[in-house]
Design a binder for this molecule. Structure first.
Ligand code: GLU
Length: 295
C-alpha cells in the first residue's frame, strides 16, 4: 500500500495540443498514482511565455477530463513562480556556480567545428566553455554593451562544491543509477539554467517544483532519463528531497518516430472530434496497437 502522502504528477507544457503520446504518458502516471486523484498532481509548465498559449492550457483541462482523469488541487502554474526560480538562481549564483554566457548558437557551432573534438551530448553539441573563464570586468563590459546572455551552470565547479560525490537515484525500470561528474560533463556539459526570453530553464523549474510539490515519484518519458542526472545534481546543491523515478518507454508512430507537437501528431481533440471512444484509445495504447489511428 502507498503511504498517505504519496504523490506523482503530470506536467504538460501548453505549447500545442496534447497528442496520443501524452495520453500514453498520463495514463502511466495515473497508474503509478494508484488511479487516485489524491496522489495525482497537475503542473502547467508554461515558463516559455513566447510559445505557451491560453487556448492550449484550456485544451489540457478538456483533454484530461475526456480521458477521465482528475487531480488534487491546486494546479501549479510555473508562470506564477518566477520569483521562486529567481531566488533559486540567486542561491546558485551566491555559491559562485553559474556564469553568464554571451555566445550565440552560431558562435558555439563554429567554436566546436574548429576544436579538435566535437563532443555530442544527449541534448546536442556540448558547450565548449568559451565564457566560463571571462573575468568579472569582461563580463561587466559585455553586459554594459547590452549583449544578450544566458546563465550556465559550471558543472565542474558545482561538482567540486558538493559535500558528497556519491549521488544515486532509483528508476523503476532501470534500477539504481549513479550520477557522476564524468557522466554530467559528457551528456550535458555546462547546461543553460536561464535565458533572456525564458528566465529559468526547464531543468531548474522542474527540480524546484518537484521539491515544492513534494513529489515522491516522477513518471515521465525515457527521453528525459539523462536530464535526471542534472536534476539529481541540482537537488544536492539546493538541499532538495530525492524522489523516485519511472522513465517509461515512448509511444512511436509507424516509422518508429516519437510523437511530438512539432510534427502535428494526432491530437486528442482530433480523436475526440472523430468520435473515438476513450476506452478504445486506452486499449489500443495498452496493447501497442495504434496503427489504425495512423493511416
Ligand atoms: N513539460 C515537460 C514536457 O512536457 C515535462 C517533463 C517532466 O515531466 O519532467 O515534456
Amino acid at each position: 500500500m502507498s503511504p498517505i502522502s504519496f504523490k506523482t504528477r503530470f506536467a504538460p507544457s501548453p505549447t500545442g495540443f496534447l497528442h496520443i503520446g501524452h495520453a500514453a504518458s498520463v495514463w502511466t502516471v495515473w497508474e503509478d498514482a494508484g488511479q487516485s486523484p489524491e496522489n495525482f498532481l497537475l503542473r502547467i509548465e508554461d515558463i516559455d511565455q513566447t510559445r505557451c498559449k491560453p487556448e492550449f492550457e484550456q485544451s489540457i483541462y478538456e483533454d484530461l477530463a475526456w480521458l477521465g482523469l482528475s487531480w488534487k488541487p491546486p494546479i501549479l502554474r510555473q508562470s506564477e513562480h518566477f520569483k521562486d526560480y529567481k531566488n533559486t538562481l540567486d542561491t546558485l549564483h551566491q555559491k559562485g556556480l553559474i556564469y553568464p554566457c554571451f555566445c550565440t548558437r552560431k558562435e558555439i557551432e563554429l567554436e566546436i567545428l574548429y576544436s579538435a573534438t566535437a563532443p555530442h551530448g544527449t541534448e546536442g553539441l556540448i558547450y565548449p566553455g568559451t565564457c566560463r573563464h571571462l573575468s568579472h570586468s569582461q563580463q561587466t563590459e559585455k553586459m554594459n554593451a547590452s549583449i544578450p546572455y544566458a546563465l550556465r551552470l559550471d558543472t565542474h565547479k558545482a561538482w567540486s562544491h558538493l559535500s558528497t560525490h556519491q549521488l544515486y537515484w532509483h528508476d523503476r525500470i532501470k534500477g539504481k543509477q549513479e550520477t557522476t561528474e564524468k557522466l554530467l560533463l559528457s551528456s550535458l556539459g555546462d547546461p543553460v539554467l536561464a535565458r533572456k526570453d525564458t528566465p529559468a530553464s526547464y531543468h531548474l523549474c522542474v527540480t524546484h517544483d518537484d521539491n515544492l510539490q513534494d513529489i515522491s515519484l516522477i513518471t515521465r518519458g525515457k527521453d528525459l532519463f539523462f536530464s535526471t542526472h542534472l536534476h539529481r545534481l541540482l537537488q544536492e546543491l539546493l538541499g532538495y528531497n530525492v524522489p523516485e523515478y519511472h522513465h517509461h518507454p515512448l509511444l512511436t508512430d509507424n516509422h518508429g518516430k516519437q510523437f511530438s507537437k512539432r510534427n502535428h501528431s494526432l491530437t486528442l481533440r482530433d480523436l475526440r472530434n472523430k468520435g473515438l471512444e476513450v476506452k478504445t484509445l486506452r486499449n489500443m495504447i495498452l496493447h501497442g496497437n495504434i496503427k489504425e489511428l495512423l493511416v
